[in-house]
Design a protein around this ligand. Sequence first.
Ligand code: ATP
Ligand code: MG
Length: 453
Amino acid sequence: MTAPHHALNAPVSLPDDSLAAAGQELAEAAWIDVIQRMDEVYSELVASQETLETKHRELAEAHHFTEGVLAAMTDVLVVCDTVGKVRQVNRAMLQLTGHAESELVGRELAELVEDSQARSQIATLLAAGRSDVQDVEIALPRQQGEPVPVTWNVSPLYDGEGRYSGFVAVGRPIGELKRAYAQLQAAHQALKSAQAQLVQAEKMASLGRLVAGVAHELNNPISFVLGNAHAMQRYAGKLTRYLNAIHAHDLSAENQALRIELKIDRLIADLPSLSAGLMEGAERSGHIVDALKRFSAVEENTRQRVDLADLTQRALHWVSRAAPFRVEVINTGLDAPAWVCGSANQLQQVLVNLIQNAFDAIEKTMKPRLELSITRQAQSVELQLHDNGSGISEEALPLIFDPFFTTKPIGKGTGLGLSISYGIVERHGGMLSAANLPQGGACFTLSLPAFKD
Ligand SMILES: Nc1ncnc2c1ncn2[C@@H]1O[C@H](COP(=O)(O)OP(=O)(O)OP(=O)(O)O)[C@@H](O)[C@H]1O
Ligand SMILES: [Mg+2]
């Protein structure tokens, strides 16, 4: 462009025609030059436009890719600025918390958690600033449901120029894991206690066999001690009468001396209490052997006539004797016999367990009370036990008759009491059920077939 411009201004002397022609030529050349330049600029523009479009496409793809990766992450992601304000969250975070993105972005991270402990953990995270933090457990509250425990790994975030611009927190919900772990723990505990209980049950069975053997061995000698003691008591009475009759007459000096030497008068005076003591001891030994036989379940007859009222009183007596606290007991209908059909030994076991359970339940009650009432119907006899303990929880209610189900500490309860009792009552053709009372406390109902001759 400069050259023709310079040529136009140069003082050249030419004829008019040729001057005009030369000017036209120069103008054309200038135009061609201009057009060529425009062409060049245009194609440069087109090329830049294409490059821009390619870059834009690449950028959009990269953006989609990042978005896709974030959306596909099952771990939750929260990006915060330097003061802990949420800048971005991923889909997993929205799904887990049940919040919309707009409800989370722009809020302080500390506002998203509930308890003060979690807030102070977040404050520590913010204070940690540019260092990585790993495996911090902070629960995230949800729109609906319980907060979810999440373990977080936090890393600092730097911008393109290497300046610290916040942090990225990636969290993994561990609720399922925790639940599974808790279930595993519970199963392990149950297995351990079942094992201990089986060992205990086996011990009890061996003890039962041992006791049955001892009871069997003792049975014979005790019965003849008892039989002979009866005979001795009778003989002692007769001998006393005879001696008293002789002593009514004068004895020879020799016999009188012997009477004094052998302290016969004192012996005669002692005889009644001696024989009574002998009888009592023999009878008590007999009762002990009976109890041992009952314990080892030698007696298996389930068709006896049994007084449920008497059995209940006896069970109550034994349980309350062993209890270290006083219980107000209200009895209704226990003063007259209530005849049922069954095994006294097995029913005793049921009653002791029911009463013992009630005592365990009211141990910590301010004014422990137990109501026992018997109602007699044509075909059955029903015993109800109401206590004023804490009652049975809704979760436990369907489980209490399961073997090994117990809420008592290891060593206190085996969880076999109600399951054995249930089995016994069922074999007797009766029913055993449990419920909670509206005023609090548990209510057990035992129903057994009435005895008919
Ligand atoms: N009167 C009651 N009040 C509240 N809970 C009770 C009552 N009776 C039974 N239960 C519940 O039922 C559970 C099972 O009772 P069960 O008699 O079978 O076993 P246990 O008493 O725990 O142990 P064991 O009888 O072998 O010593 C108890 O652990 C307790 O949680
Ligand atoms: Mg029990």
